[in-house]
Write a protein of this length. Structure first.
Length: 315
């Protein structure tokens, strides 16, 4: 197992179980299976719609003595419809209730995008609140308050650009520990990684395997398939491992955390065993050439006509 030490000295296990797109009815078993084979980091979010089932599974895992609460790292995320200052702590409390926990190890602002109360996913321009109406720093102050109250041990962000991180670093009392972003060989984000390294912010990569199980309306017709990439397959053959393990191990070689999603017991185990795959310098430089700044999660769903949000990854 590999850990990254945050600024507050807490230790984040490098590989976590992703739960985005993990179906109700399956996610609970996936979490139990993951804990059994040695995962100590579970990545959740209110918007994934499965935290109550994960809470049941965690409760069972603790009751059965599979793991102690203090040995498990649980992350969750504040959804975009709860950025207003009176909504942050209640949203966090709902997540804690669903997960049946007294505290989270890490709570992230899911996106630098705000919706009106009650909007799950925006359908029209009026569903949004602009960042002038609800500045990130206002939301962040409430994240800091949650930390002060002991509801969360660490706080951070997700989908934040360098510019947004810079703004936050100037105004924050408590600096973000983590930025969770899409990260894989087709989207290597070197500048963001360098910025985060220089500011002791750990990057966590989502969609490390290309998130092939996204719903059809989130996919483009001509998407590249990371798991079938020739370079990745070649490297997998060299190490006698799977392409997924190469993709996961690549994160460890760059000092980023990674949260592959699976609800399949065999693949859950396989993904954790990526700890045993050590890429060579040659492998890493071959993978470096694959970078094409390609995003699977392109954020266009926040950029409909009349929306106050544009180029959220750059601005
Ligand atoms: P499944 O849940 O059936 O295992 P991402 O983590 O990038 O969002 O990708 C998740 C997708 O990758 C899911 O479709 C998941 O399917 C699949 N997946 C997870 N682990 C592996 C693996 N080791 N090999 C191939 N596909 C995998």
């Amino acid at each position: 197992m590999k850990f990254y030490t945050l600024k507050n000295d807490r230790k984040l296990p490098a590989i976590g179980l992703g739960t985005w797109k993990s179906d109700p009815g399956k996610v609970g078993e996936a979490v139990i299976e993951a804990i059994k084979v040695g995962y100590r980091h579970i990545d959740c979010a209110a918007v994934y719609g499965n935290e109550a089932e994960i809470g049941e599974a965690l409760n069972k895992a603790f009751a059965d003595g599979l793991v102690k609460r203090e040995d498990l790292w649980i992350t969750s995320k504040l959804w975009n419809n709860a950025h207003e200052k009176d909504k942050v702590i209640p949203a966090l409390q709902k997540t804690l209730n669903d997960l049946q926990l007294d505290y989270l190890d890490l709570y992230l602002i899911h996106w630098p995008v705000a919706f009106k109360e009650g909007v799950g996913f925006p359908e029209k321009a009026e569903d949004f609140l602009s960042l002038e109406e609800v500045p990130i720093i206002e939301t962040w102050k409430k994240m800091e308050e949650a930390h002060e109250k002991g509801m969360v041990k660490s706080i951070g962000v997700s989908n934040f650009s360098i510019e947004k991180l810079k703004d936050l670093l100037v105004d924050a009392n408590l600096q973000p520990e983590v930025n969770q972003v899409e990260l894989h060989p087709l989207l290597q984000q070197e500048e963001l990684l360098e910025f985060c390294d220089n500011n002791s912010i750990i990057l966590t990569g989502y969609s490390p395997l290309g998130s092939g199980d996204r719903s059809q309306d989130m996919k483009k017709d001509d998407e590249p398939n990371l798991l079938e990439n020739e370079t990745i397959i070649e490297i997998a053959k060299e190490h006698d491992c799977s392409p997924a393990q190469v993709l996961i191990s690549w994160h460890l070689s760059r000092g980023t955390a990674v949260i592959p999603k699976s609800t399949n017991p065999k693949r859950i185990k396989e993904n954790l065993e990526s700890y045993d795959v050590e890429l060579t310098e040659k492998n890493v430089s071959a993978i470096r050439k694959l970078n094409e700044h390609y995003r699977y999660v392109d954020g266009k769903f926040f950029e409909m006509e009349g929306s106050p949000y544009h180029n959220i990854y750059d601005e």
